[in-house]
Design a protein around this ligand. Structure first.
Ligand code: SAH
Length: 213
């Protein structure tokens, strides 16, 4: 089963209402069926603008937040993108529509396996999913044009900032894990790092080391 025209229309309307104006982002969001990244009873609610539970006690983010983060990242067709926090794989699939190559890392092996299965089945061939502690980044593929962190860090992790190309952009929720966090956009320029605070968000914490599953 795929989503129908009516579901798509409502879904895109919710994104526009939330402030998503970039046509490339709206196209990418329309191209990726969120229902394919959810299991069981939650798949029925895939097109509502709500976060939903996935395996390993994690959550798939709210579609409007996925779209706003993607918009802030300003992804271009030649970009190599790193995502920390694969979760369901949905955000990586959206990024894959706009970038040349996407690397996505999660500390839960089960989530990485399941997301990779969905990428293979649905034909997202420019995504590589890896199980590792993403706060260390992926030095062997650095530098990255864009980095998106989809778990909340106390500060933007140093290794990730180091792996960002000059002219590159990183978007990361920053703040204490059990509170409301700030979504921050970091731009690396020739003379250093520029920070811009975008909005309040709520994400699961960025944890150290690998998960149990
Ligand atoms: N982007 C996801 C949602 C992310 S939920 C989606 O589209 O569905 C946050 C994810 O970050 C969780 O799956 C969690 O396991 C992962 N995570 C937390 N700390 C991490 C770390 N240090 N390295 C890699 N992944 C981490």
């Amino acid at each position: 089963m795929s989503w129908d025209g009516e579901q798509k229309m409502r879904f895109i309307f919710a994104l526009r209402s939330a402030g998503v104006t970039d046509g490339r982002v709206l196209e990418a969001m329309e191209a990726v069926d969120r229902g394919k990244f959810l299991r069981g009873i939650f798949a029925e609610r895939a097109y509502e603008d709500m976060p939903l539970p996935i395996a390993c006690g994690q959550t798939i983010s709210q579609p409007s937040i996925v779209a706003l983060m993607t918009q802030a990242l300003d992804v271009r067709p030649r970009d190599k993108v790193l995502e920390i926090g694969t979760g369901s794989g949905y955000q990586a699939a959206v990024l894959s529509q706009m970038a040349r190559r996407v690397y996505t890392i999660d500390r839960h092996r089960q989530l990485v396996r399941s997301a990779q299965g969905t990428f293979d089945l649905e034909g997202y061939h420019n995504i590589t999913a890896l199980c590792a502690d993403g706060s260390r980044g992926l030095p062997e593929q650095a530098p990255f044009d864009r980095i998106l962190v989809t778990a909340a860090a106390e500060d933007p992790p140093g290794p990730l900032l180091a792996q960002l190309r000059e002219g590159g952009i990183m978007v990361v929720p920053v703040g204490q894990s059990d509170a409301v966090q700030s979504l921050i956009k970091v731009t690396k320029t020739g003379s250093g790092l520029e920070y811009e605070e975008l909005r309040a968000v709520r994400f699961v914490p960025l944890l150290e080391g690998l998960g149990q599953e």
